[in-house]
Design a protein around this ligand. Structure first.
Ligand code: SF4
Length: 256
């Protein structure tokens, strides 16, 4: 019998960010956060301004069931305004909460590289970089240089062909198109080329969808089928009973 996949969770010990490259132009996190700017008492009362939330640091330690955790879904953990020591505290929690898998994604590969020697790299931390076009394939070179157990590339939103992308020691690629009224649609040949190179290099490939005015509008099929491959999962400690209070807090965290 196949074991049930752990649920996804967002963990946001930092929120807010600033644009760093072309893929940021229609940042969903920014759109979401800015809707609440000026609403006193709201988590995003200051919109998408960068903010540290130290009281959220220990949250994963209270989630007893193994989860797949998207780290800083509303920011970039390697943003230059986040103190070095704070990034180290986030990594220390990931190391301690070894029954979860943590997925970190950055567009700031230079800072990731600078900090990497000072961070623990436990096997439950999956490190990823976003590469939206050939201009940013250097991020994959930086990713190769960090000692992460699992390395992944998010080609989303895909804004151009990734002809110069080197897939050496990359475990997983996920690609997708942009959504929203001003979306920049991907071309089928960019996706086919990426998929074919992943298949040839034995790199897991997933296609999230074409995007559209609304998310999901364009569907998820590429050449008549869905692509849902995943990197190999490591063995994990057995599940234990959840802490109901932490579960309630985490339900809130999905939004904030
Ligand atoms: S790096 Fe990510 S979170 Fe930050 S502005 Fe760009 S898309 Fe948004």
């Amino acid at each position: 019998m196949q074991s049930e996949a752990p649920q996804w969770e967002s963990w946001n010990p930092v929120t807010g960010c600033t644009h760093v490259s072309d893929g940021c132009r229609h940042c969903y996190a920014e759109r979401f956060a800015e809707r609440w700017r000026g609403i006193a008492g709201h988590h995003y009362e200051h919109g998408f301004d960068l903010r540290l939330w130290p009281d959220r640091l220990a949250l994963p330690l209270r989630w007893k069931k193994p989860r797949r955790v998207f780290v800083t879904s509303m920011s970039d953990l390697f943003h230059e305004a986040i103190p070095d020591d704070y990034v180290r505290r986030v990594f220390a929690v990931m190391e301690q909460a070894n029954w979860h898998d943590f997925h970190v994604l950055t567009k700031r590969e230079r800072r990731m590289l600078d900090l990497a020697p000072t961070l623990p790299w436990p096997p439950n931390v999956h490190m990823g970089v976003t590469i939206e076009s050939d201009k940013y394939v250097r991020r994959a070179d930086a990713l190769r240089a960090v000692p992460a157990a699992v390395r992944h590339i998010s080609a989303e939103p895909l804004l151009g062909p990734l002809e110069r992308l080197d897939l050496t020691v990359i475990d997983f690629v996920i690609a997708g198109g942009e959504s929203g009224p001003q979306r920049r649609p991907p071309r089928a040949e960019w996706l086919r080329d990426l998929r074919d190179r992943c298949v040839a290099a034995n790199v897991a490939f997933a296609f999230k969808g074409w995007g559209g005015r609304t998310q999901g509008e364009g569907g998820r099929q590429l050449d008549g089928r869905e692509w849902n491959e995943q990197p190999p999962r490591r063995a994990r400690p057995p599940a234990s009973a959840s802490d109901p209070a932490a579960d309630q807090a985490s339900a809130q965290q999905r939004l904030w």
